[in-house]
Design a protein around this ligand. Structure first.
Ligand code: GSH
Length: 207
């Protein structure tokens, strides 16, 4: 089998979630860093892969996929034969989708957006996105009172998709101190076999 190729940026949480699943599944992967600061995502070669000009992009043989959550569903459906990461039982499957939706709106416009301000100087209202982040973190913390993992008793794509922007929220001046259930969940997630961390911004900005 040809190695899968993942086009990514090392500080991108959307890329990290795909990288994390590839690692959990033990799939050999060729990582290609796209220099977003230099605008490589707007060059014709990259736009041929993703006309939307964003990472991540996954290439698996003839299949070229964009949108991180769609890529997670593809990989879990194709390669996770036991469907541990994407359960088929209706309620559990819906719970996973609930968190994939949460990442695409509330998490993207909360902790991820706060980090865009501090790391990349995005012209957003920093306090407004910090407030939005805390609303979502409060919700997640409350959900974790009932079970160890976001979608139930076992880790799923929900945990993979939510992890990076929550773990790295402090880089956007969003403290996690008020969320003990989240802090315990982060430790549990980081203890899973095959876990790969996302690069911290301190390393990225110094590079
Ligand atoms: N909805 C997309 C969002 C992807 C995204 O926002 N990618 C960012 C990095 S995290 C990017 O490539 N930004 C470069 C740009 O928009 O120019 C997904 O989930 O994959």
């Amino acid at each position: 089998m040809d190695a899968i190729t993942l086009y990514r940026h090392p500080l991108s949480g959307n890329s990290h979630r795909v990288e994390a699943l590839l690692s959990f599944l033990g799939l050999e992967t060729h990582l290609v860093d796209v220099d977003l600061m230099a605008g490589e995502q707007r060059q014709p070669e990259f736009l041929a892969l993703n006309p939307n000009g964003q990472v991540p992009v996954l290439v698996d043989g003839d299949v070229v996929l964009t949108e991180s959550n769609a890529i997670l569903v593809y990989l879990a459906t194709k390669y996770d034969v036991n469907r541990n990461w994407l359960p088929t039982q209706p309620e559990a499957a819906a719970k996973v989708q609930q968190y994939l939706s949460l990442t695409a709106n509330e998490i993207q416009n909360g902790p991820a957006a706060a980090r865009l301000v501090t790391l990349f100087g995005a012209g957003l209202d920093h306090q407004a996105v910090i407030n939005a982040a805390h609303k979502t973190l409060g919700f997640i913390n409350a959900q974790l009172r009932h079970h160890d993992w976001l979608a139930g008793q076992e880790p799923t794509l929900a945990d993979i998709a939510v992890y990076a922007y929550v773990a790295h929220a402090p880089e956007g001046n969003v403290s996690l101190d008020a969320y003990p259930k989240i802090l315990a969940w982060l430790t549990r997630f980081e203890s899973l076999k095959g876990f790969v961390p996302m690069q911290s911004s301190a390393v990225g900005l110094a590079a």
